[in-house]
Design a protein around this ligand. Structure first.
Ligand code: ATP
Length: 484
């Protein structure tokens, strides 16, 4: 499966999905660029999310807040003081590691070796040290368990230090402490500080949600597994504001709704699982991850968090502005309106790049097409048609006899509605394979018969079956499969 993952990564590069950033300068670690097909796929995933969350729910609206925000926001949210990882350096290799990651790898190793009690014991000791923020204890555990640097092979470790994950920069020309701003490490805070603006201007009534898609930045220290952990990535988040006391019910609802969204793409349900958080973040009263089974194991793709009134209360405290909502609805118990309160929040937060990788891995297949006569195979991306970067490719059979002109004419009628590709180079079989490799659901071939009766061959990606249809019907045929 390592092999399979490597193949997906090189496929992603070869076919214009994902490139390492700044490649001609030997790259920039944990930063990636999306290519011509990758950006289409990414946009389609965003659209799928936006439609499901915003368009389909009358009580959810979307915003697009700035990446830069007032620095006090990150004080209020707890990120300035708390958004950090415990790091340790090896003095010989000068490599830096997350102390908890080193210990977790060791726990996994104990588990593998069947040393369950050692694994459990270390897990408890590590959890206690993390909870107490006892950094010297983390170091002791690393030493006690004789954990060595994978690069130098030595156990010559520095102290453990907290390392904040936020990137900072300055606003304006003068570099002064007061002008420090952060690149947001999550999009959520842009929603919280705007919740009353949206509520008032949109006359929203609780329960209601605010959705946002945007970039987030984290100075991740261990960058591994391709676009799973990036320093610049994109989140699709929705904060749902509810009446205090109803959070459990809404949490359960969103937990289910979000898994359904994933499964509606046709992914096998056994590829997904929920993971319940037992160590809760300071702001949460319940948290579940939706995990997907990547080739390297189950990994978080989305988090559903019950964030209580923590964020809004903190902003009330730090900004000294009222964050309360007036609920005019009558409480059946008291016969009076629910009145003023700070809403509770249920958050759904999905990493777009992880969703992208999941989609690519799940779609990727090396299909054996060998027959008794000859060996043959193809690489095909079995993407859901609504997500496919190119919806149909149009091929004139040959470059002469007016076929290119006819193919262009057909293409012109369709290209406003569908992203199409025109190809006239190479044999048809080769052109089919190139489209299979980027997941194009349809290939349409224009031949001499087309000039006589306006019919074309349409070839289906998954079955490779071909049929002859009238060119005037293409709009409907393609639309049936690729429209939302
Ligand atoms: P992890 O434990 O994997 O670091 P997290 O719990 O910090 O993730 P959240 O803060 O809950 O993640 O962020 C919500 C979502 O954003 C995650 O489910 C993930 O899909 C995505 N995400 C978080 N960090 C990164 C990153 N460095 N690169 C890409 N996606 C990320």
């Amino acid at each position: 499966t390592d092999e399979q993952f490597k193949n997906v990564i090189s496929h992603a590069k070869e076919y214009g999905f994902v490139f390492p950033s700044s490649e001609i300068y030997d790259g920039l670690s944990a930063v990636y660029d999306y290519g011509q097909n990758g950006s289409e796929l990414k946009n389609n995933i965003k659209t799928y999310w936006w439609k499901a969350m915003v368009q389909m729910n009358e009580n959810i609206v979307g915003i697009d807040s700035a990446i830069f925000m007032h620095p006090t926001i990150w004080k209020a949210s707890g990120h300035v003081d708390g958004f950090s990882d415990p790091m340790i350096d090896n003095k010989d290799s000068k490599k830096r590691y997350r102390a908890d990651q080193l210990l977790e790898d060791r726990i996994a190793k104990y588990d593998e070796e069947g040393k369950t009690s050692e694994a459990e014991e270390l897990q408890i000791e590590m959890d206690n040290a993390l909870k107490a923020e006892d950094l010297p204890r983390l170091r002791e555990l690393i030493i006690e368990h004789d954990i060595k640097c994978p690069v130098s092979g030595t156990a010559n470790w520095t102290e453990v230090r907290q390392f904040n994950l936020m990137f900072s920069t300055q606003i304006g020309a003068v570099a002064d402490d007061a002008d420090v701003v952060y690149l947001r490490p999550e999009t959520a805070q842009g929603i919280f500080v705007n919740y009353l603006n949206v509520q008032k201007s949109g006359r929203m009534k609780i329960p209601f949600g605010i959705a946002q898609i945007g970039k987030a930045f984290r100075n991740e220290v261990i960058a591994r597994q391709f676009i799973i952990r990036m320093r610049e990535f994109e989140q699709m988040e929705m904060q749902f504001f509810v009446r205090p006391g109803t959070q459990k019910e809404w949490f359960d609802k969103w937990k289910e709704t979000r898994l359904k969204w994933h499964l509606a793409l046709g992914t096998a349900p056994e590829k997904y699982r929920y993971h319940e958080h037992t160590k809760l973040a300071h702001y949460a009263d319940a948290a579940y991850d939706i995990e997907y089974e990547f080739p390297f194991g189950f990994k978080e793709v989305e988090g559903i968090h019950s964030r209580t009134d923590f964020d809004l209360s903190q902003h009330e405290k730090f900004s000294r502005k009222k964050m309360q909502y007036f609920d005019p609805e009558v409480d059946p118990e008291t016969g009076k309106p629910f009145g003023n309160y700070i809403p509770y929040v249920i958050e759904t937060s999905i990493g777009l790049d992880r969703m992208f990788l999941l989609t690519l891995i799940n779609a990727y297949e090396e299909e054996d097409l060998s027959t008794d006569e000859k060996q043959d195979s193809r690489t095909v991306l079995r993407l859901h048609p609504v997500l496919a970067p190119v919806k149909a490719a149009i091929f004139p059979l040959t470059k002469k006899d007016g076929l290119p002109e006819k193919a262009r004419e057909i293409m012109d009628k369709l290209k406003l509605d569908f992203n199409l590709q025109y190809e006239e180079k190479d044999a048809i079989g080769k052109r089919y394979r190139r489209q299979d490799a980027i997941g194009t659901p349809f290939c349409i071939t224009v031949d001499h018969q087309t000039l006589e009766d306006n019919t074309v061959t349409i070839r289906h990606r998954d079955t490779m079956a071909q049929e002859r249809v009238n060119a005037d019907d293409l709009d409907r045929i393609i639309g049936n499969l690729v429209s939302w």
